[in-house]
Design a protein around this ligand. Structure first.
Ligand SMILES: Nc1ncnc2c1ncn2[C@@H]1O[C@H](COP(=O)(O)OP(=O)(O)OP(=O)(O)O)[C@@H](O)[C@H]1O
Ligand SMILES: Nc1ncnc2c1ncn2[C@@H]1O[C@H](COP(=O)(O)OP(=O)(O)OP(=O)(O)O)[C@@H](O)[C@H]1O
Ligand SMILES: [Mg+2]
Ligand SMILES: [Mg+2]
Lengths: 227, 227
């Protein structure tokens, strides 16, 4: 399970006029294999929470136990290892490496993990998001929605046990959006734990549970059909 | 009016296996003060068309006359002047300058135009998108939707006669999205010509006319209520 308790994230704590409480006491528990939407207004703390769950950032206070292990206290290298072995992350602004092709970007996590056939697995992941014919394009030769799909392919190529996706359909038209949701649903059926930040309530309603945030806190946590 | 005829944009024309016809013969005419949504699947050419309309890019072939003037044939400096004097552009990936604050980013077009009171006008523009309290934050200290709103504020601070917005609500929740649409509608009522690329059909339906694209061409051009 994923268990966070009383997480806070405070920027510029020493500067009262500039202090931002991006997370102001967030607690939640997810069992393995759950699929959860995180929703809420622009600036309410969704990406901040997702980065902490993804071991990309540390909270100011509070605890985070991943499958029973305290991960908030790990050092940089240990967190990198947890990320590479267990976590797939789709960034809100994609974060593709500009000098590498789509195929090279997607293969990168496999190279870190020492997996064989990285190129072939990368091409299959690209095919699953409809971009087989863009494998050798660089990010500046791709449309916004194509970059988003490359970021998605990269996040799932290592078959992570936890997939964290920050607005994965934000740049996609409704049909392509539907295809990506099919893909995520399929992964979930195979046992992947899913956290999907989205401001699209149609996306949220396709996941069993929704956590609504506001001003760094959880307002509501329950079945998505109430959303 | 904005008049484009038979625009094409072809990448890698000399490499048959890699040739991409991003625009494959696009024609349209917009009268001054019209508001038009551009919709279509990921990769169909919307951003490419918008960049040509915004004088940020040149077509491979075809013509573009803006208020009777042939702009496709202008050199780099002349196009920069047209942009600064007449056009506001909201980029799909925001394109904020990372080392400047929100306020400095928004003030930049005013500095180029030699306008007095750039700082004050920038702050008012930020207030209109709900970000008065983020004026001194840099882009990496802002959420995705906050960056998008700074990009919007920057595009409208010079009161351009033509506003080109590439997915301006893509990173926004429904309430903030609604506020941005109100703002755009207001500008339109004041006479601004609007081109809004969007994959959100709710946004498209709020504009009188929609142009649907597919594979670099216009599939359909007419009233949005048919969309
Ligand atoms: N420099 C380039 N070299 C080759 N192909 C390119 C280049 N730039 C863009 N393309 C291709 O041109 C096509 C149109 O791109 P464009 O960005 O206009 O799409 P779009 O409709 O805005 O898509 P989205 O909805 O995903 O943002 C895409 O298929 C893209 O891969
Ligand atoms: N380095 C920083 N310094 C100061 N404030 C920050 C910093 N990084 C983020 N913030 C603030 O933290 C708050 C939460 O940001 P976060 O990115 O989590 O929002 P979000 O819910 O993902 O928003 P969006 O829907 O717009 O993507 C925002 O108000 C933002 O301005
Ligand atoms: Mg975010
Ligand atoms: Mg685009």
């Amino acid at each position: 399970p994923v268990v966070v308790k009383e997480l806070t994230k405070v920027y510029r704590p020493d500067d009262p006029g500039l202090t931002v409480r991006a997370l102001d006491g967030v607690s939640l528990r997810a069992e393995r294999g759950e699929a959860i939407a995180i929703i809420g207004s622009s600036g309410c703390g969704k990406s901040t929470l997702l980065h902490i769950l993804g071991c990309l950032d540390r909270p100011t206070s509070g605890t985070y136990r991943l499958e029973g292990r305290d991960v908030a206290g790990l050092d940089e290298d240990e967190r990198a290892r947890v990320r590479n072995q267990h976590i797939g992350f789709v960034f809100q602004s994609f974060n593709l490496l500009p000098r590498m092709t789509a195929r090279e970007n997607v293969a990168l996590p496999l190279l870190y993990a020492g997996t064989s056939n990285p190129g072939e697995l990368a091409e299959r992941a690209l095919a699953r998001v409809g971009l087989a014919d863009r494998a050798h394009h660089r990010p500046n030769e791709l449309s916004g929605g194509q970059k988003q799909r490359v970021a998605i392919a990269r996040a799932l190529v290592t078959r992570p046990s936890i997939l964290l996706a920050d607005e994965p359909t934000g740049a996609l038209d409704s049909r392509t959006s539907g295809e990506v949701l099919e893909l995520l649903t399929h992964l979930h059926e195979e046992g992947t734990t899913l956290f999907v930040v989205t401001h699209d309530l149609e996306v949220a309603r396709r996941l069993p549970r929704s956590v609504r945030m506001s001003d760094g806190r959880v307002l509501h946590d329950g079945p998505s059909d109430a959303v």
